[in-house]
Design a protein around this ligand. Structure first.
Ligand SMILES: C[S@@+](CC[C@H](N)C(=O)[O-])C[C@H]1O[C@@H](n2cnc3c(N)ncnc32)[C@H](O)[C@@H]1O
Length: 266
């Protein structure tokens, strides 16, 4: 596969950064795909997790001189990168109050990349507060979601960030619940429906989940015909005329499970 210019240059920027950084290799094509459109623009890129500072340089070199690169870290030592021209905010990403104050200072942003503490509650708080703060189109990408499955990070018990992210894709359906008022269970969790109302899509990659946020562009969808067929012309829908179920392998990470999924109208 040919490597895109965005990707090749990103890897160069990573390797040539004048400070250490440490990334998983499969993230580079994901970054190129998710953030490539921002190169050369006056974008605002926020990364939670500064550590040795290397990724701040990578983003600056790759995105270009107009980009505003912001680092967030709990370690006050990260402030030293202000001298290199980065905006740094020191605070705890698990604290909603910290984010509310910080987003007020940051204003609108194009990307929030979370490479911070990697505990599920921190990732959830960061996403929630970014969604609250988002006023313009942006992406919130949560990195190293493998921690949702790691013993060291298992204090969340069953409520990992990955489980939260998977459930949040159901919440997106709230905007369609008016299609079938008699069939669709009423949306009772208006608070969550509201929280995710700015989310256009949730993309799952190996180790990274990206929320594409469109605060003003998401309409309440409706069902439309291009031309409604006359009654005698309308084709019969064969939906329930095929086989009535299938034995499928369920995508469980730990156990091989074969299940009979029954079909048919209920
Ligand atoms: C994986 S490192 C960041 C690596 C860096 N982004 C890179 O690519 O080189 C994680 C960083 O998150 C910071 N961190 C850990 N817990 C945090 C928290 N609760 N709030 C903010 N930052 C936190 C750590 O101090 C550490 O610098």
């Amino acid at each position: 596969m040919p490597v895109s210019t965005d990707l090749a240059e990103l890897i160069d920027c990573f390797k040539s950064a004048p400070a250490p950084s440490y990334k998983v290799t499969n993230y580079f094509p994901i970054y190129a795909d998710l953030f490539g459109h921002l190169r050369g623009t006056a974008c605002t890129f926020v990364e939670t997790g500064v550590l040795n500072g290397g990724s701040l340089f990578m983003w600056r070199h790759w995105l270009g001189p107009k980009a505003r690169i912001i680092g967030v870290d709990l370690n006050p030592g990260a402030e030293k990168w202000q001298k290199a021209g980065f905006e740094i905010y020191i605070g705890d990403q698990g604290d909603p109050g910290f984010w509310r104050q910080t987003f007020e200072k940051i204003g609108t942003f194009d990307v929030l990349l979370d490479d911070g503490g990697h505990q599920s509650f921190q990732q959830i708080v960061t996403l929630t507060e970014a969604l609250r703060a988002a006023k313009t189109n942006c992406i919130v990408a949560v990195e190293d979601t493998i921690t949702s499955l790691m013993r060291e990070f298992s204090a969340h018990k069953d409520h990992s960030f990955l489980e939260y992210a998977k459930s949040s894709t159901d919440i997106l359906l709230a905007r369609m619940s008016h299609f079938f008022p008699n069939d669709f269970p009423a949306v009772r969790n208006q608070k969550m429906a509201e929280q995710f109302s700015k989310v256009e899509s949730v993309q799952f990659f190996a180790g990274l989940v990206a929320y594409k946020i469109r605060p003003h562009a998401i309409e309440r969808p409706s069902l439309v015909w291009n031309h409604q067929p006359a009654q005698d012309e309308a084709a019969k829908d064969f939906r329930y005329n095929g086989v009535n179920g299938a034995q499928v392998d369920w995508p469980d990470l730990y156990t091989q499970k074969s299940l009979l999924i029954q079909g048919g109208k209920t």
